[in-house]
Design a protein around this ligand. Structure first.
Ligand SMILES: Cc1cc2nc3c(=O)[nH]c(=O)nc-3n(C[C@H](O)[C@H](O)[C@H](O)COP(=O)(O)O)c2cc1C
Length: 362
């Protein structure tokens, strides 16, 4: 017994766009599952989400499609019955561009073989992405990313951080200029400025008769910067789990006054760093970057002064060569220069500027 509703199918087909290649095998299994009773079309609403209109008998839908969806990590977001048809909207799991296994990621990070590892794929696969595809990020994803950031732990639940998204092209170009003309700030799908923010709590406290006179202590600046960083990194983990790429932008501190004026900060607000988010350009050249050996950062029971980093210098040489960067300078040499006084790119004014904004006065 066929279950097509011809008028409805024709109507849907008019809006249908071609399927993405990576979804065709999924459709093949869906057809197979539904046998002669089913068919499907995809409506491309936006790049990240696809609606699939699947017509098949209700019995087949109930017994099979949901199983198939959950097995493959997709989600059925709505199901409506039309006469003898069932229409299912499916949110496809985004195919992951960076898919090294935890074992492979470990080798790239540490240059050695891991004996046994828990399934930490999404956490070990990070790399900064600086080349983005021209693909929009949906509003629902943005809302979800902010919710992930707000779900981070925060000191005493004070929530001493805020975020400003900058999407208007002219304003994005201005902020890119303020961040040292970094191209990826212009080209990413989504740009957030993460802020240490003691202004909101000051206003809230004053409204209930509290003087909030301690906010210029170094402690509250430290808390606000920690809060902003924790929130951002949680957003990063969420974004990467959706297949998005990210790059932090410390360049936001190059011109703190310019950023304050562009984004309209009151006193008590400081742009700690920016965050570029977007769909990585395909194919992506972004690679997992080696890190120091665990012995150089993880001390057991007692701090170990000056653990050797010679082994890491050697490993980083190979990485620089693979990235076509000059290999004669080691990690220690490059980093040593970075923490000198010649690469501060405007940030040398920070202490005075922050004090003028009401931070770090005691
Ligand atoms: C707070 C912070 C600020 C950063 N600022 C910049 C920046 O302004 N521009 C940039 O291209 N990368 C920036 N990065 C990315 C680092 O260079 C990168 O994380 C580091 O080299 C390690 O590489 P990986 O992220 O690929 O593992 C920043 C990272 C952090 C955590």
């Amino acid at each position: 017994m066929p279950c097509w509703h011809p008028e409805f199918v024709a109507n849907q087909a008019r809006h249908a766009l071609p399927l993405r290649r990576d979804h065709s095998s999924w459709f093949a299994s869906l057809y197979k599952h539904c046998g002669e009773y089913g068919s499907g079309q995809a409506n491309k609403r936006e790049e990240a989400h696809f609606d699939v209109r699947t017509w098949c008998g209700g019995v087949h839908y109930c017994h099979g499609i949901r199983d198939l969806l959950s097995r493959e990590g997709h989600q059925s977001v709505s199901a409506e019955a039309f006469c003898s048809c069932v229409v299912v909207a499916i949110e496809f799991k985004q195919p992951m561009m960076f898919d090294e296994s935890p074992i492979q990621a470990w080798r790239l990070r540490y240059g050695s073989k891991a004996d046994e590892l828990p399934d930490l794929e999404k956490f070990l696969n990070h790399r900064s992405v600086r080349h983005f595809a021209n693909r929009p990020i949906s509003e629902s994803m943005m809302v979800g990313l902010v919710a992930a950031a707000q779900s981070a732990a925060t000191s005493s639940n004070l929530q001493l951080w805020s975020v400003v998204s900058v999407q208007d092209p002219d304003r994005r170009a201005k902020i890119a200029e303020l961040c040292g003309n970094q191209e990826h700030v212009k080209t990413c799908g989504l740009f957030f400025a993460f802020l240490a923010d003691v202004h909101r709590i000051q206003s809230a406290a004053k409204a209930v008769g509290e003087a909030a006179e301690g906010l210029d202590y170094t402690e509250f600046f430290t808390m606000a910067v920690i809060d902003a960083a924790l929130a951002a990194e949680r957003m990063v983990c969420a974004a990467e789990s959706l297949g998005l790429g990210i790059c932090y932008i410390g360049g936001l501190r190059n011109n703190p006054q310019g950023v304050k004026e562009l984004l309209g900060f009151p006193e008590g607000v400081f742009g700690v760093f920016g965050l570029c988010i977007g769909w990585p350009e395909e194919p992506s050249t972004a690679e997992i970057k080696p890190r120091l050996a665990q012995e150089a950062v993880w001390f057991k029971e007692q701090y170990e002064v000056d653990p050797s980093v010679a082994e890491y210098d050697e490993r980083m040489k190979d990485f620089y060569v693979s990235q076509k960067m000059k290999a004669e300078a080691t990690w220690s040499m490059r980093s040593g220069r970075r923490v000198g006084t010649t690469q501060l790119t405007g940030r040398e004014v920070l202490l005075k500027w922050l004090q003028a904004q009401g931070f770090l006065r005691r």
